[in-house]
Design a protein around this ligand. Structure first.
Ligand SMILES: [Mg+2]
Length: 352
């Protein structure tokens, strides 16, 4: 990481404007909807009749990320993904972001360059323009605030509130891997503290560590649904764990839900690492968080269109509101779904 760099330039050497110019020098405008990007008092965008989607997210060192195992380049990439995921959860196309950073003098220019290299990589891969932002000093730690913009035709916009009883509940990808990746990283951090010369073999954990350190937002899912001619009735991204997202969909849509435990998609690595840590893998999928998969509902008539698609799994269905929200276990028990989503306020007060 930046500690190893030979050169160390203090942030004050460049000055605020010099720093922004320096950090954003490789960003290029790619989108026709960006009329004016970085370099004026404000950006100017034009979505030509499409709806505009806006979402923002603030990440704070020590609360949302731990730089002892999170490389700054990955952090920059992940900060973008977290925001794009919310745009895709509206069934929209992400188009621009703004990036604001507060950093203490512990971070040299080279550290922010690393961070921005992750942001640059994400913006290229996801075809979005960086159109503004700010850099300022902080008295303690690093903070990153990203705002993402997107566009969609009005009739395509998908909220949390359109699910109906008997709609199918569908999830993309697999669940629980990011949480188990975090467990492995935290364990290795303790091992390293005890013995700085240890050379851990983490090969077996590469998938779950990557899901934690370098998640990918599901840009492909709104595109896939469009190609399949499926309009989801409601949608949300999974940032806090399956159970709390299901609760959001149910409450907003005024419906209940049944989820079938045997249908929850888990990567084989997650199953084996859960055994190693003696944690229930269903619990991890329900409460783990940070998967950045999409959870959505579709009308039953659309089932044939998504059936057998390797990106999508039907995990249950919606019910009438008075039936409540339940997990149907492999043993055919009906357990009420409770929110045990990841909560940064709880975690912050809960330091060991
Ligand atoms: Mg979200």
């Amino acid at each position: 990481m930046f500690d190893n760099k030979e050169s160390r330039t203090n942030l004050s050497e460049l000055g605020e404007f010099g720093l922004i110019d320096h950090l954003t020098r490789y960003f290029e405008i790619k989108r026709t909807s960006t009329n004016i990007g970085i370099g004026d008092d404000a950006a100017v965008l034009n979505f030509e009749g499409d709806e505009t989607v806006v979402t923002t997210d603030l990440l704070v060192e020590g609360v949302h990320f731990d730089l002892s195992f999170m490389p700054l380049k990955h952090l920059g990439y992940k900060a973008v993904m977290v925001n794009l995921s919310d745009v895709y959860a509206m069934n929209a196309e992400a188009t621009q972001i703004t990036v604001s950073i507060a950093a203490s003098n512990r971070f040299p220019v080279e550290a922010l360059e690393e961070l921005y290299s992750g942001i640059l990589l994400a913006s290229k891969k996801y075809n979005i323009d960086v159109v503004g932002g700010d850099t300022t000093s902080s008295t303690a730690g690093l903070m990153i605030s990203i705002t993402a913009l997107g566009k969609a035709k009005k009739e395509k916009i998908t909220t949390r509130s359109g699910a109906k009883a008997n709609d199918l509940l569908v999830v993309s990808g697999d669940l629980g891997a990011a949480y188990m990746g975090l467990q492995v990283l935290e364990r290795e951090k303790q091992v390293f503290k005890a013995n700085p010369n240890s050379q851990p073999d983490l090969e077996a954990y590469s998938y779950i560590m990557e899901r934690q350190l370098k998640p990918e937002a599901r840009k492909d899912i709104p595109e896939l649904l469009q190609a399949l001619e499926v309009q989801p009735t409601s949608m949300i991204d999974i940032s806090d764990g399956l159970s709390s997202e299901v609760i959001h969909l149910c409450k907003n849509s005024k419906v209940g839900a049944n989820i079938f435990e045997e249908k929850i998609p888990l990567d084989p690595t997650v199953i084996s690492v859960c055994e190693e840590f003696n944690i229930d893998s269903t619990m991890v999928a329900l409460s783990g968080g940070e998967d950045y998969e999409l959870l959505f509902t579709i009308d039953q008539k659309d089932y044939d269109k998504i059936k057998g698609n390797p990106n999508l799994t039907v995990i249950g269905h919606m019910t009438e509101e008075n039936e409540g929200m339940h997990l149907i276990t492999r043993a055919n028990q009906k357990i009420p779904i409770q929110s045990r989503g990841w909560n940064s306020f709880e975690d912050a007060n809960d330091e060991e």
